[in-house]
Design a protein around this ligand. Structure first.
Ligand SMILES: [Zn+2]
Length: 360
């Protein structure tokens, strides 16, 4: 019974998801829409138990989520550099294994409009080098280098319509020229505008990559506010919403990582990213903290996205969407992992694993 209903619902949700993504690309309205849906839903919140055999996959929305972390894109492959071929290979691997791109903010807010059976993940790129976004002149026209990270992602977006790629760029506005806003000074404003217009995020990596641990409280606020001021000089209406900690170093006073002010310029970060080396817990987990989100560093080392992916598939620990943004479905055995209070906002569906003896 449930299976036949799902068959009808899933294609509709898939279309809804595609629409949602294009909305978020043009105006970022999705979060408030889903919030209001969830709020309406709170009036009828229920907790139900469904059987795993009634789904054609086992939803686990308390499973792990990868926020991928990239630095340089170019040659040769190195600890902090991914080649264009390997970046492409990573995206293909994620596509082929039922991952689905979402934004860092969607993860931070727990607004996951992800098709049924898919695993959300986010892409982040730190330090704004030219290999991430490079313009080339071709026959008198300015084109995005097809071998920079953005060119590769845009190709992927065109090739796979069911994979609405997006990413957060943690840029540096006042550092040495080769890391300053993608290292082509004549195109700084044009690039920032292009990214925002096309649904990518500009995040703070602070004024010039300062280690916040070494700064006074006043200096932390200065370096984070100056980032906002510099970005607004190029794109005045843009609100900086997330921040990646340079080298993963926390400020002495961690409250100042998310909120502060310097000479009339304020910042308000809804997500703070670590330089992690593990997957994030689900945003619905009681252990999730949007102001300390773990990341997985891409590369050829042992703790890379492929390693985590294989382990999570093998042990069934990755986030698998139920396709319904109004509900949270997860194996019943993870009941104690749910963040308190979410049952007021979402329908909670506990998935009962089949007893071995009942299977024929
Ligand atoms: Zn950095």
């Amino acid at each position: 019974m449930i299976l036949s209903v799902r068959k009808v619902i899933i294609p509709v949700l898939a279309i809804f998801n595609l629409l949602s993504v294009s909305c978020s690309q043009s105006g970022g309205k999705v979060s408030s829409d889903t919030d209001s849906l969830a709020d309406q839903n709170s009036r009828t919140a229920v907790s139900t138990v469904v059987k795993a055999k009634d789904m054609n996959f086992t939803a686990n929305e308390l499973g792990k989520v990868m926020v991928l972390e990239y630095h340089l894109i170019g040659y040769p492959e190195d600890r902090w550099r991914r080649t264009p071929e390997n970046f492409r290979k990573d995206l293909q691997m994620l596509y082929d294994n039922d991952f689905y791109p979402v934004s860092v903010l969607d993860i931070a807010r727990g607004n996951l409009n992800v098709p049924a059976g898919k695993t959300p993940f986010a892409i982040t790129l730190d330090d704004s080098s030219a290999g991430q976004f490079r313009y080339l002149e071709k026959n008198g026209q300015l084109v995005i280098d097809p071998n920079c990270a953005l060119g590769i992602m845009e190709d992927f977006r065109k090739k796979y319509k069911d994979f609405p790629i997006t990413a957060s760029f943690y840029v540096l506005p006042a550092i040495k020229p080769k890391l300053r806003l993608f290292a082509q000074p004549e195109y700084q404003k044009q690039k920032l505008e292009w990214l925002v217009k096309n649904g990518y995020e500009i995040g703070s990596h602070n004024w010039y990559h300062s280690m916040l641990s070494k700064l006074s409280d006043a200096e932390v606020q200065k370096h984070l506010s100056m980032f906002v001021k510099e970005i607004k000089a190029f794109i005045p209406d843009y609100e900086v919403k997330t921040m990646a900690l340079p080298l993963g170093m926390h400020a002495k006073n961690r409250v100042l990582e998310s909120k502060g002010e310097f000479e009339g310029t304020r910042y308000n970060h809804q997500a703070v990213l670590l330089v992690g080396s593990v997957s994030s817990v689900s945003p619905f987990s009681k252990d999730f903290n949007p102001l300390a989100i773990q990341r997985v560093q891409a590369g050829e080392h042992t703790e890379n996205p492929e390693t985590f992916m294989k382990s999570q598939i093998k042990h069934k620990t990755r986030f698998v969407s139920d396709g319904d943004p109004k509900s949270i479905s997860a194996p019943e055995k993870l009941k104690d992992q749910l963040k308190p209070g979410l049952d007021k906002k979402f329908n909670i569906k506990w998935v009962k694993e089949e007893e071995k003896s009942t299977e024929s």
